[in-house]
Design a protein around this ligand. Structure first.
Ligand code: ADP
Ligand code: CIR
Length: 346
């Protein structure tokens, strides 16, 4: 008998949102559905089925996936963002509305600040369902748009194909470039045809970067050393609107910017600092009490699913949907101020 389309079983200690929300009833209702790009429930859940340590475990192949498989995606979106199917997303990228004077002007705690948004191209399948030809076309269109940027955003596009091992390893170590071979993305179909169609654009100072055709078709990134969060946000807001003059982003008034992972919907924004908190790190309960209060996530310093090094953590906003971009950064800023105050008191 074919094992093809059977209800997946998960170990009892599985903590992913997939195993929590994929009930037998939901599975039966969705198992024979497909979007117009041929993306099925099996495709949407494969990452969480193959990686039982997933936090979430699902990916969308296109905007339609969020509606076709809403019985699974809606509860996950509500669980992660606290956003219900009746809510609508809102946007505010105006740096003047952000109240974020540098919380660490002496540079004792904050090593660096990075804010990124995910964007995908309107009327195209997302990475998990895209064809090689469609992906290559996106690379061509997006790199052409990027190569037309001027002033402080002007830079160069470097395709991953043809980049030497040495250069890519250095860019990854310096936190500028995505890693190859992520097993969560692999199982989601996001690494097909690697490295073709992928690349990175950056200005000379590497304060403005764009990843092309990784988890999302564009990851627009602003980053610099130190804690001037407002400067980083301002540069990002300018870049988003300059690129938008040439590339139409996929956007829904209900769930905001469309991304392949449901955790990124809405603003698709992750605002983070790398911050040294060696004393607080010895009391993770106290640390987590502050990050939970401010809706923050703790990551290691080599990206998601990595560990901390030398008491330095990646602290970022957790919510992205139903809150504005300014609110995402404000969550991170307010939490960082509280974390620094606690570290100083220890
Ligand atoms: P994403 O931000 O796209 O969700 P990751 O968590 O995988 O993805 O991080 C991507 C890269 O960005 C990693 O190399 C990580 O170390 C780097 N990074 C994230 N935040 C910062 C920061 N505040 N300063 C410097 N590098 C950062
Ligand atoms: C997972 O489920 O763990 C991966 N697919 C990544 C999920 C997105 N990241 C996140 O919420 N931190």
């Amino acid at each position: 008998m074919s094992q093809e389309n059977e209800f997946p079983t998960f170990p009892t200690d599985c903590k992913s949102m997939l195993c929590k929300h994929l009930t037998k009833e939901v599975f039966e209702a969705l198992k024979d559905r497909a979007t117009s790009n041929g993306f099925t429930l099996k495709d949407a859940i494969n990452s969480g089925v193959e990686n039982i340590d997933s936090g979430i475990g699902v990916y969308a192949g296109d905007e339609e996936s969020y509606f076709t498989f809403s019985k699974l995606f809606d509860p996950i979106i509500e669980d992660y963002h606290g956003f219900s199917a009746n809510d609508n997303h809102k946007s505010n990228l105006d740096p003047d509305d952000l109240d974020a004077p540098n919380p660490d002007p002496e540079g004792k705690y904050i090593v660096s600040t990075r804010i990124r948004v995910g964007r995908n191209v309107a009327n195209s399948p997302l990475g998990p369902a895209i064809t090689k030809e469609q992906r290559n076309q996106i690379e061509e269109d997006v790199s052409e748009a990027l190569n037309g940027l001027e002033g402080k955003l002007s830079g160069t596009y470097y395709p991953l194909s043809g980049m030497s091992e040495e250069v890519s390893a250095q860019l990854i170590a310096d936190h500028f470039l995505f890693k190859a071979g992520d097993r969560f993305l692999e199982a989601a179909g996001l690494n097909r045809d690697w490295p073709e169609g992928r690349g990175i654009y950056h200005n000379d100072e590497k304060t403005f970067l764009v990843w092309v055709n990784e988890e999302d078709q564009l990851r627009i990134i602003s980053m610099q050393m130190g804690g001037d969060i407002k400067e980083v946000f301002t540069r990002l807001a300018t870049a988003i609107s300059e690129i938008e003059k040439k590339v139409k982003y996929s956007y829904s008034p209900h769930i905001g910017y469309i991304t392949s992972c449901p955790t990124n919907l809405g603003t698709a924004m992750r605002a983070s600092v790398h911050i040294a908190l060696p004393k607080l790190a010895t009391d993770m309960d106290a640390f987590k009490a502050i990050t939970d209060k401010h809706h923050l996530q703790i990551r290691g310093i080599h990206g998601e699913h990595s560990e901390s090094e030398g008491g330095v953590y990646d602290i970022s906003n957790r919510r992205r949907l139903g809150v504005t971009e300014v609110e995402c950064v404000q969550d991170m800023y307010d939490g960082v101020v509280a974390l620094i105050a606690k570290e100083k008191s220890l």
